[in-house]
Ligand binder design. Structure first.
Ligand code: MTE
Ligand code: MO
Length: 434
């Protein structure tokens, strides 16, 4: 009951939801909303009456019970993150710690597929090789890399599996809720400039990365992960080889001394601890490029089905999404007082153009103010000040719409075998005290 749940799980099986909350089925009216007895039970469970109960779907597990980030799940370098796994290290950020416009290093999620490279923060012997379908292979040390023009940008990195915990039937892998995302400021050089120096051959179609991290088996011949992007994305002037994060050298956990930052795509293509970039004459085929890794069915499938590898496509841009960073879920306000609700919104390679919130389980929506991003690919601040109408239990649901008109779904979208791309709306609970 403690882990954060998507809105959807509830719709999928209302009876089970009721049983989880109340220990029994409490029953719904014919229209699928809560009946009187159910309402009383629900009110008692959340500790307040529910002013918008007429809109509350039966089986909805209250957000009040869906808290993530229990204390105690702490790691030294990370401030209040929830550890999903310590070997390899994987940790996500509770939404209320994502409030900063630029995510501090201590609050940026970590996703490692293997063990950290031995070098830590030591540069000895480090070079980056660029080879393959190029006119001249390059071997660059850090000073050589720094001689390229410097570029800086705030960039959202989101794991392709962020939100995996919401899928039903469950998908194996880290059970990310909503916090495998962050927006840090990166400084480095444009991948395009480095590729241009190497001279990309006309037959180049993809660029694959190799990092220095160590396979969990300990076998030095095994590669942890080696993904890549099409040459067009690699040549996009916003794609960086980052050397700094938030104005300091990249931390060991985030790829020291150099990582790719590929905006708008699943963060798995933003290779950390770079040692080689291989320009390919075919779609890169390193570990975790093949199906089903980072692929989704080309066409919608029935939840739980087997999907043939050939019927899957590589994930490219990430979908529209938002997070509520304040107040913290479970917060209280006094009746008659206003409360500022705020957060961030982003959409892969697009801009977000509208942000709405609902206080009444999705019956009505109010437009929030939405700031423009500080640069393309940074997330956008949204906020709204409102005064809930009466004492009681509320849920805030948040929905972003991007400039192509794509909107976050209320329920978990397209089930897929590995649990990628869940951009269902985020929700929190809010209690108004008399
Ligand atoms: N070399 C290497 N690069 C990697 C990974 C990895 O395990 N090894 N994980 C990838 C994945 S799946 C994600 S989501 C991001 C996470 O970046 P972060 O730890 O800086 O948040 O790094 C990507 N780059
Ligand atoms: Mo990831």
């Amino acid at each position: 009951m403690r882990r954060e749940r998507g809105i959807s799980e509830l719709y999928a099986d209302p009876d089970r939801g009721d049983a989880l909350v109340f220990g029994r089925r409490v029953g719904a009216t014919r229209r699928g909303f809560l009946g009187r007895a159910a309402l009383a039970a629900m009110g008692a469970a959340v500790g307040a009456s529910i002013p918008f109960s007429r809109h509350m779907p039966a089986g909805l597990i209250p957000a009040a019970f869906a808290e993530a980030g229990r204390p105690g799940d702490l790691i030294a370098e990370k401030d209040g993150l929830r550890i999903l796994n310590d070997r390899p290290l994987n940790a996500e950020t509770p939404p209320w710690l994502l409030d900063d416009d630029i995510t501090p290093v201590g609050r940026h999620f970590v996703r490692n597929n293997g063990n950290l490279p031995e070098r830590g923060g030591d540069l000895t012997g480090w070079t980056l090789t660029v080879d393959g379908a190029v006119k001249r292979a390059l071997t660059l040390d850090l000073p050589a890399l720094r001689r390229f023009e410097q570029a800086s940008a705030a960039v959202v990195l989101e794991c392709g599996g962020n939100g995996r915990a919401g899928f039903n039937p469950p998908a194996k892998g880290n059970q990310w809720t909503i916090g495998a995302v962050g927006c840090a400021a990166y400084t480095g050089v444009r991948l395009a400039d480095v590729l241009e120096a190497a001279g990309v051959e006309p037959n180049a179609v993809y660029v694959g990365y190799y990092g220095e991290d160590v396979h969990l088996s300990g076998d030095p011949k095994k590669t942890v992960i080696s993904r890549g992007v099409p040459i067009e994305k690699a040549l996009d002037p916003d794609t960086l080889i980052a050397l700094e994060m938030n104005g300091a050298p990249l931390p060991a956990l985030h790829g020291f001394p150099a990582r790719l930052v590929v905006p708008g795509w699943p963060a798995s293509v933003s290779g950390k601890w770079l040692r080689r970039l291989w320009v390919r004459d075919r779609v890169h085929d390193g570990p975790k490029m093949e199906a089903p890794s980072y692929r989704v069915p080309e066409r919608p499938v029935k939840p739980g089905s087997d999907v043939a590898p050939g019927a899957m496509r590589i994930i490219e841009r990430m979908p529209v999404k938002s997070v509520i960073t304040a107040p913290r879920s479970g917060g209280e306000v006094r009746v008659g007082h206003s409360v500022e609700i705020r957060g961030h919104a982003w959409s892969g390679e697009r801009a977000v153009k509208a942000m709405h919130i609902s206080l009444d389980f999705g019956a009505t929506w109010r437009a929030c103010t939405l700031e423009t991003p500080r640069n393309r690919h940074a997330w956008q601040r949204w906020r709204i000040e409102l005064t809930p109408p009466a004492p009681g239990y509320y849920e805030v649901w948040a929905r972003a719409t991007d400039d192509a008109g794509e909107m976050q779904p209320m329920v978990v979208p397209g089930w897929n075998p590995k649990g990628y791309l869940n951009n269902a709306m985020h929700r929190i609970s809010l209690t108004v005290k008399a």
